[in-house]
Design a protein around this ligand. Sequence first.
Ligand code: NAD
Length: 534
Amino acid sequence: METITTFRNEPLRDFSEERNRSDMEVALSEVESLIRSKALHAAPIVAGRRREGEEPMQRRDPSNTSVVVGTTELASVKLAEEAMLSCLAGFPGWRARPFSERAAILQRAAGILKEKSAFLAALIVREAGKPWREADADVAEAIDFCAYYAQEMLRVGPARRTQDVLGEDNVLLYQPRGVAAVISPWNFPLAITCGMAAAALVTGNTVILKPAEQTGLIAHELARVFFDAGVPADALAFLPGRGETVGRFLVEHPSTALVAFTGSRPVGLEIAKAAAEVRPGQRGLKRVIAELGGKNAIIVDDDADFDDAIRGVLQSAFGFAGQKCSACSRLIVVGDAYEPFLARLAAATRDIIVSRAEDPSAFLGPVIDEESQARIASVIEAGEQQCPVLAQAVLPQEVSRSGTFVAPTIFRDVPSTSALWTDEIFGPVLACARAATFEQALEMAVASDYALTGGVYSRHPGHIEKAREHFRVGNLYINRSITGALVGRQPFGGFAFSGIGSKAGGPDYLLQFLEPRVVTENTMRRGFSPDLTS
Ligand code: NAD
């Protein structure tokens, strides 16, 4: 089998090493002193200039909501129009730059992100409430996206001859599409925002970057990294703003050529619909790339290694408090393994350490904000009316009082008709059910609107083979956890209601940001005039 890439990923920090721990501690105190001096501030950047927003939005630390981490100024629709004009004007110049130069800029961005990695991870800890390891992985993935898409651009960029034929020259080449609206979620505030923007930029599109309202500070750092790396002022606008106003405006704008969106299914569907409508002055169909949610299942076979499976299920279900599109939210255990596996899972869940994200021992931190906390709490409450609770971790009092924490909760015997089984919850909630056979488990796993990730723990080669064939999801993991896809190694993304894009961090991704052209020339040169050289 052919190997696709020799790309090398940015290593994750090993916090069992003193040096790495102390780097992170230093960075956390740096961020703490910026917070204390009220120095963290993100304002829109349009045409290279810092601009006033119309609405200052305070961001509170999810681990301790009495602390304001910083302020993001949300842009007005009027400023979004200015951003559009600037990026439209900047497009021809950026498109004309050789692709190798744009790739070199991304490489420089990767270098700057690496230099600032501890600071960026510490900011993610405080703004998004991600525990250390998760915050570090977010930064490493952003570095990978820049380096990988730079490398990919060098592969995709050169024009290629389609066939060797006498008397005719046929060349396939790619051109950028125009102004890209990049609309990102808060759950990978650096990596996903960076990945979509980097891909759009390196392919020669100009970018209006609209991050999620909750994580404007980290996105602002990213925009500064791109400018410092050499992205021209009129090739990128940083536009924090409300989704329903500024986000919608960008999607509907007749000059938007492409929307790169990662977020929830309802918003994704709305964007797909709004982008399909042709508006006065529009010059072409809009391309929409939409990476949406998941309702991902892990199957534990009756012969699975329980130690591995318990670790993998907990990591997949409760890493970053279940707020990953790839998270496991359904567990299917085969046959007689159901009761003993659930007994061990319950015991392990009660031992989970829930703490503030800046506490290095935290396995599970807070959820993103009060709105999410209330929503997840009501899902748990409704679930309790329908299904038995298998286990719930205990929230230490000082923790639950200070931030937006939700106790990780596991339900058992969940029927396939229950909302716990069908709907994305995006929090630390896991629904379990028993399957009589492995085949039935596979049927249950794929009976979902979503098709993002999935996992199987089994020692049965025949079952693993069946899973490879029938467990149709974007990313299937066998005998390991189902989160933490690495750029280049596990190109990431799903289908059905999980999205309509080619996999991020994979060999097809950049092509979505480009339009292919073919130029054919008759080279028999009848009537050719050698004098006309200029
Ligand atoms: P969200 O859909 O609420 O918001 C995402 C972005 O869309 C934000 O920037 C928001 O401001 C903007 N937005 C909101 N309404 C808009 C509108 N009408 N028009 C244009 N933009 C609008 O999602 P979220 O809560 O930030 O993120 C969580 C969701 O993202 C989950 O569903 C999760 O599964 C999904 N997600 C998917 C992937 C993936 O790769 N498939 C990765 C991460 C997150």
